[in-house]
Unconditional design. Sequence first.
Lengths: 447, 317
Amino acid sequence: MALTGLQIFKLLPKTNCRECGFATCLAFAMALAAGKTSLDDCPQASDEARETLGAAAEPPIRLVTVGQGEYAVELGGELVLFRHEKTFYHPTAVAIEVRDDLPEAELTERLRAVQALSFERVGITMRINSIAIRQTGSDSASFVKTVELVQANSPLPLTLVTQDPGAMRAALAIVGSKRPLLWGAAEANWREMTALAKEYGCPLVVTAGDLAGLSSLSEQVTGNGYKDIVLHVPAKAAGDVLRAATAIRRMAIKKRFRPFGFPVLASVGDNRDAYLTALTAATCIAKYASMIVLDTVDPAVVLPLLTLRQDIYTDPQKPIQVQAACYAIGNPGPDAPVLVTTNFSLTYFSVGNEIESSRVGAYLVTVDTDGTSVLTAWASGKFGPEQIAEALEKTAIGEKVEHRKVVIPGYVAVLSGRLAELSGWDVLVGPREAAALPGFLRSYTAN
Amino acid sequence: MSFELHREKFPCRISEVEIGAGVAGNGQRFLQVGGASTLPFLSFDGPSGHLPVIGMEVWDVVPELWPAPLENIFGPVAGDPVEWARHCAREWGAEFICLRLRGADPELSDASPEACATLARDVLDATGVPLVVLGCGNDAKDNVVLQKVSETCAGRRCLIGPVTSDNYRTIAAAAMVNGHLVIAQSPVDVNMQKQICVLLNDLGVPQTQIVMDPTTGGLGYGLEYTYSVMERVRLAALQGESSLALPMIVFCGFEAWRAKEAKTGPTDGVVQGVAWEALTAGTLLQAGADMVVMLHPEATRVVREHVKVLAGGEMAL
Ligand code: B12
Ligand code: SF4
């Protein structure tokens, strides 16, 4: 079923016209074989090629963009079932729901709260990706008014939640040029909704009560010539969401079942226990939702979820690392403490942030450990006395400070003797957890 | 294209392990774990085995840096591990207790093997639920402590460990002689996990007496590595790698509460530390965790509920 790059190449025009964004037809063919692009991107392909390549020419899961500009978010485009097989590419988008019956003051307050849900972690900003506006009554006027208010007060892409094509059309008259996600099409209204999606060029959520229904609705919409769709099963229990999303992802990737070759949206908002809701959302992040809709703005729920998303979507082949160097934190002078750590981003930022919050200026020397943590690096011989001594030497930290005292992580206290011998520096054993650093540094400088 | 649900069939099944002695009359409960022939909760593929069990961790010494949400709950019982354990089993619904013998560490209280063993037996008697016993991490000391624990709790089918490729003979032998199970630990590594399991098999430890500990990373602090290693281990096992066809245990409470975010987040309303712990567990359940060790009672409760929700559901696929 799957074709090789060369087989695909034979069917292409071989003009290397670059309109697909690749330098050569061969490069494009290779990318297509790997499921990383779609034949639609080659405007020159013959009808014959299209027919021959058929399903094999399209990526297993379509990449669908919601919104535009800086805040646009991409859904889908995944190639594997398990992150260790390669990586997951497009982090689960998180939308926060607002209802159109919220009083204006509460609405703007909620939007402010969403805007505040932005966190720095490992040098990366994590935030919310969309506001989902839900129509609650049959009155399209309050839906439209809410859409207007949200768009005036939030830069985030919108998700328009209404089953009523009239309300959708009215909302699109205002925000139709911004590529909102239309949620959406179901058995009863799919023709009108698909027509609207086409007219405005907006992605469309397709909903059915079970997988068989979803499959046939997906075929109807795509058969109607519209492919920017997102699949949704209105399941409530975490187990149902998990099994439906898994079945969809698996059939899309392993069976190339075209009706399921689209990103999946899961709503997890209707749970009354905040922790259980968070657990359902976590399950969706791990297992195959490209977008989730939450109805909480509590940072104590959102921060753990965004952290989990970052974990699951980091590339397993490449730990995030910082450059091995000497970092000056908070205006250190010649008496400032010198600390060493590894160049694993997580480790570096854990330590760096604590030094910063201690308000004690300090130098942080990072040893190149191929981006591994303190104990992992120590156990694999990348953070031993030799490497640390060498880093002290190489960064010439000795020229910046007038003392010769270096603080090492508490977990590797055992290497202090040998490090002192090799480097000639006095070695101080710091606390084990970085969280204890502010206290440690304050008493350090007091002495 | 007509829709036909694709079901995954694996040739192998995870071994079924029994923890705790179900001796009639003494009220001691026991647990069965493992037995899956599918990935977690994918019951449409086939029998997905016993539901994961959720236990709670108890320390023999009061922890040094106790974050407020834990201090508030455990403060009154922290100095008394037996009472602490009793609370876990009776009030907070722990399905098993995991006793961490930190105090055995020569650099901490250097508790004697006899004291450790008596404590383990007292906890068993006081709670009536199965017991997991962890050493302090000092190999030489753990060898004597866990040997003594094995003898004192003989016949109670405790889960004892961890053992590693560098240190397994003494502990595993003592556990076998006294009818216990062992925890086979590897440092987040599929091949090393296989290695220790094969070593135990060679020593004569049966598949029904091993639980694997692939090493837990907390949310935001290595979770993704544990997650993927566990997924790989479970897939390999289901596909026929019999040495890995064993249940897995994860230590979510211990790892999650080490995170700065768990200690510093909001502590009223939704407690960030509880969410941190619950999400660490919820995620690892998806990677194949069969035994989940928690700390905070609220996190324990929601994860137990979550397991039920995952196993239940009414949607036909
Ligand atoms: C994820 C992980 C891995 C990942 C690597 C992740 C990475 N990029 O480093 C993988 C799977 C690749 C891995 C591999 C190995 N691992 Co590993 N791994 C872990 C795990 C689960 C989490 C590590 C982590 O990310 N911690 C988070 C970071 C932020 O912690 P940290 O760097 O220590 O930083 C903290 C403190 O040290 C402190 N700090 C840091 N710098 C400084 C500086 C100063 C001055 C101060 C005061 C404080 C301070 O602040 C930070 C926050 O508190 C731990 C077990 C665990 N649960 O902790 C095992 C662990 C570290 N690994 C271990 C081992 C043995 C290995 C291997 C050597 C196994 C092997 N033989 O193959 C390999 C090495 C492979 C290689 N060649 O590199 C052992 C180490 C045993 C020991 N005590 O020495 C551990 C403890 C597991 C175990 N119990 O056996 N591992
Ligand atoms: S657009 Fe088509 S013809 Fe042009 S280079 Fe790409 S593959 Fe070749």
